[in-house]
Design a protein around this ligand. Structure first.
Ligand SMILES: [Zn+2]
Length: 452
């Protein structure tokens, strides 16, 4: 590996020219960030530097206008409140002397722009009045950080405004002390980023078997609105060191592919996922001499048990066809999938099945087929995962499973170009405790169903 010095700014601009859109803004912000990181600024100072709205010009502070929702706030009476339980838009607006017929007319005319039944208790709204009469000129409702709705009572219109999302490229790293989740939290990284890292590396790293001293590095997109982090975009590159094995994952997208590839351009995505449940732990492995906790005798355990909270989605580990969806006293609710002539998988003790499951139904890798439960002979909520090879149950963690299709050779030069830029960037990240950053505001958008 030639580890020649390349300035971060040239790498980032190279990345930009290779693929990424949102060109100028992202490149500029990324450059600014990398320069600030370079000088060792703390992330809060960094954020402050970017957000700072006060500009010094000569000896004078230039204070920018007080703008919100595109309005010059200094010229209005402002009322900022949150929707109460069981409060309707008419309840609010009649308090601000808006004519009931006007409300009804606007609500019906603009129901495709905003359906007022979607008002939610606890969400913020702002009323602007041009004079002291307390008569509303504008009602602004904010359903999420991503957009807001403006009711304009002068022009009798309703408009939805999407806030511009600014994407920055950021870096993260960590060394596992207790668990991956704790390490991410200790380093001020969000659950969303943890989940995306697991997805990027899921086919190479078995996150059930990570250990103290494992380390990771990430290059990823972070979305900002008005300078505040609102969520994680795509992971561009990931590195993970587990025991003595090093793994790289590079995002590559064109009109034929979209996914993660290793250094040799082999897809990270394998024909089989390592486990049927995310964010779980192996509570009992494949063991031919196991003592059964309920039957109180030795009974071979032909499966791997993954403990997870009741209701956690169970996913098909590979594409296939459901050959059996049923219930037995021992298995509880279960599904068995045939993947090809050789392999079948089975998932036991489900709380319930996913919608549309049935004998003969085709399922895709990663598709939810049911939910974790404890039906049948089970002491607590878990999935007993069984892996069949040529009609015999085997330990799937010991199997050499079929390799994925390689990337077509015509795409490799382009891939190598992106990979080389990302690898230099990844390798230059140092392992150290990151500054704590503001938790993303979009926790409600998180797909997580369980705690670490
Ligand atoms: Zn089991």
């Amino acid at each position: 590996m030639d580890n020649q010095e390349i300035k971060p700014e040239s790498i980032l601009s190279k990345l930009e020219s290779i693929k990424y859109s949102r060109i100028l803004l992202v490149a500029f912000i990324a450059l600014l960030c990398s320069v600030l990181v370079h000088f060792g600024l703390q992330s809060n100072q960094r954020a402050a530097a970017i957000q700072s709205s006060k500009v010094r010009l000569g000896n004078f502070d230039v204070v920018p206008p007080n703008l919100k929702y595109g309005f010059l706030l200094d010229s209005f009476q402002i009322d900022e409140k949150t929707i109460l339980a069981n409060e309707f838009i008419s309840d609010i607006l009649t308090r601000y002397k808006v004519n009931y017929l006007d409300i009804e007319h606007m609500v019906t005319t603009y129901k495709d722009v905003f359906d007022v039944r979607l008002l939610r208790a606890g969400k913020p709204y702002t009323v602007l009045s041009a004079d002291t009469s307390q008569t509303a000129d504008y009602f602004i409702y904010e359903p999420s950080v991503y957009s807001y709705i403006v009711f304009d009572f002068k022009n009798k219109t309703v408009q939805k405004v999407e806030r511009p999302i600014e994407t920055r490229i950021e870096k993260a790293s960590g060394i596992i002390e207790t668990s991956l989740w704790n390490t991410m939290v200790d380093n001020g990284l969000s659950f969303e980023l943890t989940a995306k890292m697991e997805d990027a590396l899921a086919w190479s790293v078995d996150f059930h078997y990570i250990q103290k001293g494992d380390r990771f590095k990430l290059i990823y997109e972070r979305n900002y609105i008005d300078g505040k982090p609102v969520g994680v975009g795509e992971i561009k590159g990931a590195y993970y060191k587990n025991y003595d094995n090093e793994y790289y994952a590079f995002l590559f997208e064109n009109d034929r592919h979209s996914g993660f590839y290793d250094y040799e351009a082999r897809p990270m995505k394998k024909a089989f996922l390592k486990s049927p449940v995310q964010y779980s732990r192996v509570s009992s492995g494949y063991n031919l001499r196991r003592f059964h906790p309920i039957l109180k005798r030795r009974k071979p355990h032909y499966g791997t048990d993954y403990a997870a909270p009741r209701g956690t989605p169970i996913r098909a580990v590979a594409d296939g066809v459901i050959v059996k969806k049923g219930y037995t006293k021992g298995n509880g609710n279960y599904v068995k999938i045939k993947h090809d002539k050789v392999y079948q998988t089975q998932y036991l003790h489900m709380n319930g099945f996913a919608k549309g499951m049935g004998n003969g139904v085709h399922v895709k890798q990663g598709q939810t087929i049911g939910y974790v439960g404890s039906t049948g002979l089970a002491t607590g909520p878990h999935v007993c995962f069984r892996f069949w090879k040529n009609g015999r149950q085997v330990n799937h963690l010991r199997e050499n499973l079929p390799p994925p299709e390689p990337m077509p050779s015509e795409d490799i030069p382009k891939f190598n170009e992106i990979r080389d830029v990302l690898k230099v960037e990844l390798d230059s990240i140092e392992f150290k405790k990151m500054d704590r950053v503001v938790e993303d505001q979009t926790t409600q958008d998180s797909t997580l169903t369980s705690n670490p």
